[in-house]
Ligand binder design. Sequence first.
Ligand code: FAD
Length: 400
Amino acid sequence: MPPSQAEQAPVVVVGGGFGGLSAALQLARGSGAPPVLLIEPQERFLFLPLLYECLSGELRRWEIAPRFSTLLAGSGVAWLQQRVQRIHPDDHSLSTDDGQRLHYSQLVVATGGRSLSFGIPGVAEFSRGFRSLADVDQLQLLVERLRLRSRPLQRLVIVGAGASGVELACKLADLLEGSAVIELIEQGPDLLPGSKAFNRDQARAALLQRDVRLRCGTRVRAVEAAAIQLEPAASPGGVEALACEAVIWTGGVGGCVPELEPALPLDPRGRLRVDAQLRVSGASDLFAIGDAASSPMATPEGDPDEGSLHPATAQVAYQQAAHVAANLLRLRRGEPLEPFVWNDLGEMLGLGIGQATLTGMGVTLAGPTAFQLRRLAYLARLPGLQHQLKVAGGWLAEWF
Ligand SMILES: Cc1cc2nc3c(=O)[nH]c(=O)nc-3n(C[C@H](O)[C@H](O)[C@H](O)COP(=O)(O)OP(=O)(O)OC[C@H]3O[C@@H](n4cnc5c(N)ncnc54)[C@H](O)[C@@H]3O)c2cc1C
């Protein structure tokens, strides 16, 4: 496409999750904003950090999953409800599932993450994930079935004692009320690697209180229809088969990136490698943010530290969204792009119904107050003022 034509094409944001929706909205609000097109196949935005509260019934579906049509009304962002199949960086175009070929001036890939199975047999076929409203539906049915049947030795296995695995284990334990044993499997030496010590201690106590059996230093060798094969690090080669009703897989996030033609090198987790300005290495006018990006942290001198990547969290995606929007406006004004610097605001974890722990911004707190603060912090992050007010109204009505 000739450069003059390329400039008239919209900025396209692919993926309307935490990073993409926020980047598109902020870009459209900027002065001298270009036309912005968001391409997202789902009808509703999904606030993933509150998916556990949706599972437990503490929050309602509409609260954590507002419609894109409502969120984008009057925002200046056009929405195409399609999935991007392929990106062609050489001629600044992309193709969608329904066969459309669209041109862009700049493209932001914000297509998020997916669970990684690490090639372990049976994970894809026999384990469940926890990333969507459909996963919530299935788990609610399972909980109902286990509670009704209430047979002795019913067992649920959750793989991965990172934030997702720990939060899920606590909520499920509260919902099951003893009708099944929960085993939480972690291949590393401890739960919540990378978390603050306070949160790790609170999480350990919460699991213990709920009788969740935490097995650290344990590798999953295979998942079967009604069992899981485990190998403890303490006895290499000794595999134990554990019968279970279901396996829920939270063990590792990789990028969920559309095909690129010609292909660009991805990192080992299938994410697009970006530089400090969030530009995809090897392609002009292509940016990536959030879980789809492999983005190095900055050293104290401001250089990229290739050995240390930004974590796959909503907080990072949100901050990268603001940054990429500002950089795209700089690009339009002919100004140099700025490097992204992450401001670590701390960590909040839900630890069962009505309970949470949080550290950050000078606050260290656990229990029901932490739960309410976590909800309020996320309320402020819900997209769209109208939606925030509607949700807040519902909560106030509950309290009074
Ligand atoms: C259950 C759960 C709980 C979590 N809790 C927390 C938490 O408490 N705190 C925290 O900081 N982080 C949390 N995270 C992580 C956080 O949600 C992610 O890091 C964040 O959502 C990443 O934002 P993103 O924009 O990169 O991707 P996402 O929010 O995943 O959005 C990606 C979007 O891209 C769309 N998409 C995918 N492929 C295509 C395609 N080919 N074409 C067009 N669109 C596409 C998807 O439909 C989706 O809407 C949690 C994650 C999960 C799964």
